[in-house]
Design a binder for this molecule. Sequence first.
Ligand code: TYM
Length: 373
Amino acid sequence: MERMKVTPWSVEGKVNYEHLIKEFGVSPITDELISRIRKITGEVHLQLRRKIFFAHRDLDFILDKYERGEKFVLYTGRGPSGPVHIGHIVPWIFTKWLQEKFGVKLYFQVTDDERFLYNPSRQLSKEEIQKYVYDNILDVIAIGFDERKTEIVVNTKAAGALYNIAIEVARHVTLSTVKAIFGFKDEDNIGIVFFPAIQAAPAFLESKLTGVNAPCLIPAAIDQDPYWRMTRDVAPKIGYYKPAQIHSRFLPALTAGGKMSASIPESAIYLKDSDEEVEYKIMNAFTGGRATKKEQKKLGGQPEICSIYQFFSFLFEENDEELMERYTACRSGELLCGECKAELTSRIKKFLHQHRKKREKAKDKIDEFLFKG
Ligand code: TYM
């Protein structure tokens, strides 16, 4: 089997989340933590109840502080290397929920510099990246973040504020450390080697701007974890709290195995996909179904390996009982892949229609969201 490798720029092999918890030194999300959050928020988002957000660092610290009346800030982001797919919005939807429930501020970083310096599938021009910056920001706003409490930080536009923090970080990180964490090689350009200090910076931006040390919680998929290992190591050395994280699993590819990836278009549903594209991709998706209807009835399907089932679980089935019913009906062979695919197609199309309306409205709001500090 292909060896598992999870970095901010690529995910290879079958992801073993239990193994990642050990390898990255993060803690599993426990039922106790979920109950603690439920006490504050009243209800718990499906991505947390189903442990799609499965691991964390210092989430208990964030809750301790919050319970004592000290608010934290949220921080998440996007590398604008192409159109946004449905996998990217998994952490954004959860971040929006956290923002709403805890009433907190969000810094959303757009790493146009990162994607200029390094992009695994192909080199991008500055012009192309700026088109994606605009395009991706519309998707971010359309998620529904609170405009009074959200700052979208586009790196090349917010360079002054970020650089000032990044150099403080960078002074404490050696070349051998970033080589060990990110696997940089001697032939990599010096920009990308410095870049991790820029991705660290928004974790401290609130503290820097207000002069008051502010706890920070970063929701993202676990691929971003190397940045936080570096950032956490430096934080106390420059007088800030270590930023906390909550990590999600990857929405899987529609093709067999791996995460939904922008470099393999048929593996992903893009937020701009037409109805026909959605129909085509879902119709051809990898499922846990058997070769024939007869076998499916006899042996039952395998929802645990099915990309369609994961779509319901991550985003498209709010109701836990109905999700469970779908699981058991699939396992028993009663529910066939065609029915499941048709239902998912119609839910995705509905979601995308609504999203596109919100995206149109977002065009007038960009200025209010942009960080100008
Ligand atoms: P990017 O653009 O690669 O990814 C954006 C966000 O999407 C998450 N993600 C996924 N989540 C679930 N399922 C998937 N299949 C999937 N693929 C990607 C990523 O974890 C990320 O949260 N360098 C970053 C941008 C960034 C950032 C941040 C991200 C800057 N600061 C702080 C998170 C938090 C990047 O290129 O993300």
